[in-house]
Design a protein around this ligand. Sequence first.
Ligand code: HEC
Ligand code: HEC
Length: 382
Amino acid sequence: MRRAATLAAAAVALAAACGARAGSSAALPPVPVPSDNPMSAAKIELGRLLFWDPRLSGNGSTACVSCHQPSLGWGERSAVSRGYPGTVHWRNSQTLWNVAYYERLFWDGAVGSLEAQAQSAAEGAVAGNGDSAMMEMRLRLVPEYVRRFRQVFGAEWPRITHAWQAIAAFERTLVSDAARVPFDRWRAGRADALVPSAQRGWALFNGKAGCVRCHTGPLFTDQSFHALGVPRLPQTGAHMLLQITSRWQNLQRGVAHGQYRASDDDLGLEYLTRDAADRGKFRTPSLRELRHTAPYMHNGALSTLRAVVDFFDRGGGEGAPKSPLLQPLGLTPDEKTDLVAFLESLSMDAPPAVTAPVLPPTEPLPPRRPPAAPAAGATHGR
Ligand code: HEC
Ligand code: HEC
């Protein structure tokens, strides 16, 4: 709650910076930063170390980077995420590219800040599965962390809430570099930056294909929630661990037994609003960096951009409920190719190379002093 006001302010600032959302397509504005977690180079570097550090998980095996790999667009290749060892997740691991611009995080918008998100990821049973008090204790046994936390936050010992702040600061640096994005170079005036096919795709995007109804502004999202009727994964019925996770997730969110026994479907925004009209709605994702973030959709059900375009061309999925904004589009094969070329032009030609940091070692604390010796002359018994 404390943070709600600053985030709302940041969101307003972002909206203002974006200008009119519909159809606008400038490069990304500066990232919004909450006033109670200002950025600094030392904080970002600490956050980078923590992002790679598996000590922030239940059994010390599963760092953030395990499911958000830089070489896979800060996501994963599998349809649904690998999950914490012994589990599988029920949703596709989201890219962290440009994550700082979202007003709500997760596919169903369950969380409102990167700081809160980091905690829920590290603690969540099918993600990091860590206990916060235990993770904090682990950090306190790493002398270099003690030094770095003290320098950045001024507290004597590392605190777990400061860890989430540092990780959030690091995530706010994962922003597409406009100079590497063909579409951004083209909008900035370099006429040869976009191949003709992608230019035709941009026209289709705003016209016949109607994608711009939901994918607007520099981030190519209305930050809203829509039901598309994305198909279930073919393996849903037979995959035991996926079924366990789906039912457990539903139970966690207060869904009645009768309902989740009837279907393992992911209800999306309905979990938050408790309104059946929101069933199956998910947050419109950004369309930046898609070349690096396959597979697509909340459950990773579509593995290529061509499959996504085919899906929208059919007017979305079969299942009700579905947004009235989706209608069959009647795209020709050439038009589909153009649309895919445009989508690809929103990705960096080559994302900056990322090297994994060397993690600082854990060391035992100095032994505690024994209780004060009895006064001299008292007893000398052995
Ligand atoms: C076991 C795999 C796994 C681990 C470990 C994991 N994540 Fe995730 N992450 C996911 C999945 C899956 C989602 C989507 C979940 C959902 O929508 O319910 C996600 C979503 C996110 C999002 C939201 C992105 C968006 O567009 O809304 C952020 C931010 C994020 N993770 C950061 C982290 C951080 C920071 C850590 C470490 C503290 C972490 N993740 C650990 C799998 C993982
Ligand atoms: C009614 C709003 C709406 C319209 C219109 C729409 N989208 Fe989407 N799009 C969404 C939502 C919501 C999702 C996520 C759905 C999910 O995961 O269940 C999505 C997902 C996607 C994805 C997957 C991205 C990822 O990271 O997984 C791509 C690519 C995409 N849309 C492209 C398009 C294109 C191209 C068009 C036009 C042909 C289009 N969209 C039209 C709302 C829309």
